[in-house]
Design a protein around this ligand. Structure first.
Ligand SMILES: Nc1ncnc2c1ncn2[C@@H]1O[C@H](COP(=O)(O)OP(=O)(O)OP(=O)(O)O)[C@@H](O)[C@H]1O
Ligand SMILES: [Mg+2]
Length: 373
């Protein structure tokens, strides 16, 4: 996967950006508040995933601009594809989005085409933050290799919401417990399937991440990743998601019925599960240092990129926003050595000497200029 041409205008502070990226390394340097993250973000939203900064649509268009447009051409290993997104400020909700000239409904419809792995300073939260961040990471990563998975997660969330609403209704005496059954059966089937896929994904992550962590810590610490299910004791080798697993899931949900009704919330299920990282046996979330959190998050993302490459046969585009400055020199070199076969877009405040090949661009006040080699 490789971006061959990028034109952005009016996306936040970016103005008349027109670049033909290098096949491998693209470095964007500039002072604070010049538009580096905006550029990474503009590429990222073309992959059909919500912005990591979750900007409201209204604020996508530059304050003093009438419209925004992004045209991104990429090669997916077979052919060149063109993604276009644009909108007028007066009608910002009505975006025009096309793939190879064919109109699609919204940005989410772009998902599954341009595959990127993004790493931003916020990703530290992947190791440190609350479980929902790690659940999102697992779900997004699985969806990247198995497109149909995202609609299963969406259905699960839908059913869960309806179930929780019904629980509240039951506690007020407005509905009977019998009505739960239809939701619980659906929840069990979808939840069992999600558990199975997440478990297998984490197992694969572990296979890639453990040796990577070994290297980054120079063998001093061992990283161990585990899927923590609130329903299943052991998911190893299980495939009977439509049958026995669904039954167990159903029973586990039902076991908590009284508390569920009292609290108006479903106690167990994949919406409470987590991806646990242990460093030499200790829970990273509680015990890791800042640097260890950073390394874990980075390795999770690297492993995500490797799995994507293995499953699709085509390496993703790597977007690294401002992460080199946070790493010591040896970790910088390590990270670069691990992704140098992929196309990279990397931002930094100062022109780094660590990346000697590829194209270098300077970002100033939303304008991107190619710097002399
Ligand atoms: N809708 C908008 N219109 C115009 N400018 C905007 C809009 N939204 C954000 N900005 C501005 O864009 C500028 C660049 O933001 P960006 O986050 O890309 O900076 P950056 O180069 O990544 O800086 P840093 O090194 O601090 O991370 C900021 O000054 C921000 O206020
Ligand atoms: Mg930034």
């Amino acid at each position: 996967m490789r971006i061959t041409s990028l034109k952005i205008d009016g996306y936040k502070n970016l103005e008349n950006v027109e670049i033909r990226p290098d096949e491998k390394t693209n470095i964007f340097y500039g002072e604070n508040a010049q538009g580096k993250t905006n550029l990474i973000e503009a590429i990222w939203i073309c992959s059909g995933v919500r912005s990591f900064r979750s900007t409201k649509d209204k604020y996508i268009i530059g304050f003093d601009k009438e419209k925004f447009s992004i045209e991104l051409k990429y090669h997916d290993g077979e052919r060149e594809q063109v993604i276009y997104a644009g909108a007028l400020k007066q009608n910002y909700k009505d975006k025009k989005i096309t793939i190879n000239g064919v109109k699609v409904k919204n940005m989410a419809q772009l998902f599954g085409r341009l595959k990127c792995v993004v790493f931003t300073p916020e990703d530290l939260e992947l190791s440190k933050g609350s479980p929902d961040i790690r659940r999102n990471f697992m779900d997004l990563s699985i969806s990247q290799v198995k497109l149909s998975y995202s609609s299963v997660v969406e259905k699960y969330e839908n059913v869960l919401q309806q179930r929780n609403a019904l629980l509240k209704n039951i506690s007020f005496g407005g509905a009977s417990v019998d009505m739960l059954d239809i939701f619980d059966e659906q929840l069990a089937k979808l939840g069992a399937y999600i558990s199975m896929l997440r478990y297998n994904y984490v197992k694969e992550l572990q296979q890639f991440a453990a040796p990577l962590y070994d290297e980054i810590s120079k063998g001093k610490e061992k990283l161990m990743l585990q899927y923590q299910s609130t329903v299943f004791e052991n998911l190893e080798g299980r495939t009977d998601y439509a049958d026995k697993m669904a039954k167990e899931y159903y029973d586990a949900v039902r076991k908590n019925l009284d508390i569920d009704i009292k609290s108006g919330f479903t106690q167990v299920g994949v919406h409470r599960d987590d991806l646990i990282a242990l460093l030499s046996g200790l829970y990273a979330r509680d015990f890791a240092s800042q640097g260890q959190h950073r390394s874990i998050a980075l390795i999770l993302k690297l492993a995500q990129g490797y799995i994507l490459t293995k499953e699709t046969g085509d390496p993703p585009v790597i977007l690294l926003d401002d992460i080199l400055s946070e790493l010591d020199r040896s970790r910088q070199e390590y990270v670069i050595s691990k992704i140098k076969k992929m196309q990279i877009f990397i931002t930094c405040c100062e022109r780094s000497s660590i990346l000697s090949n590829g194209k270098v661009y300077c970002i100033e006040n939303g304008k991107v200029k190619k710097a002399a080699g």
